[in-house]
Design a protein around this ligand. Structure first.
Ligand code: FMN
Length: 207
């Protein structure tokens, strides 16, 4: 599929069919993820792949606050149909270590030197490549946030070191055609180019 077509087609998919996902397709998504750009080529990320019913169930157990698990809403019921979950993690430590090397020289490891946390930026770029490759494979995917209270249980359930934080999680599977747009995109419009692009000087849209 052409890149422009992949980008145009990508939508967050929040309900999946029971059809299994070809493990080779997941491998291609992960290969795309590790090709993402990263500051200083630090690659301070890790991707937890959960592709068995048991592991996916353990993910939802860890990632769902008890009050929500007790009364699963439509979102949770839909997302739990995904046969595969990939959790991209980022490590600040890896970036502080990398930038303390001679060619960067940030030996004081001062967090104030960072205009934004590059470790999260990079893991986000990798996650986007997972989403785009899913479309290219004829699959659907959804990136979503992991509740702060679930980060500890998630690390514990899967033996993830404390240095790694989940930037979100990605469900993957064969999409079930939904009648309407779901999530925030159902309630909000895509902002037009002239509103978000500032050419030569930051402009404030009159509309
Ligand atoms: C950082 C981030 C966090 C998100 N968190 C959630 C989430 O918790 N639940 C969800 O259903 N979608 C989540 N989304 C998906 C957005 O709602 C979605 O990208 C947006 O509504 C635009 O729709 P589209 O991606 O289908 O074009 C998240 C997206 C990003 C980038």
């Amino acid at each position: 599929m052409e890149l422009a077509e992949v980008v145009r087609r990508r939508r967050m998919v929040r309900r999946y069919s029971p059809e299994p996902v070809d493990p080779a397709a997941v491998d291609r998504m992960l290969d795309a993820a590790r090709r993402a750009p990263s500051a200083g080529f630090a690659q301070g990320w890790g991707f937890l792949v959960l592709d068995t019913p048991r592991d996916v169930a353990r993910f939802w157990e860890a990632a769902t606050p008890p009050e929500r698990a007790a009364r699963p809403d439509a979102w949770l019921r839909g997302m739990r149909t995904a046969p595969v979950v990939v959790v991209p993690f980022s490590s600040a430590e890896a970036y502080l270590d990398r930038y303390a090397e001679a060619d960067k020289g940030w030996t004081d490891r001062d967090p104030g030197l960072w205009p934004v946390p590059y470790w999260h930026v990079d893991a986000g770029m990798a996650a986007l490549l997972v989403l785009l490759t899913a479309v290219d494979e004829g699959l659907g995917a959804c990136f979503f946030g992991v509740p702060a209270a679930s980060v500890g249980p998630l690390r514990e359930a899967f033996g993830v070191p404390d240095a790694f934080a989940p930037v979100g999680a990605v469900t993957i599977g064969h999409p079930v055609a939904e009648e309407r747009r779901a999530g925030s995109a159902a309630r909000r419009h895509r902002r037009p180019t002239e509103e978000v692009v500032h050419r030569g000087h930051w402009s404030t849209s009159s509309t």
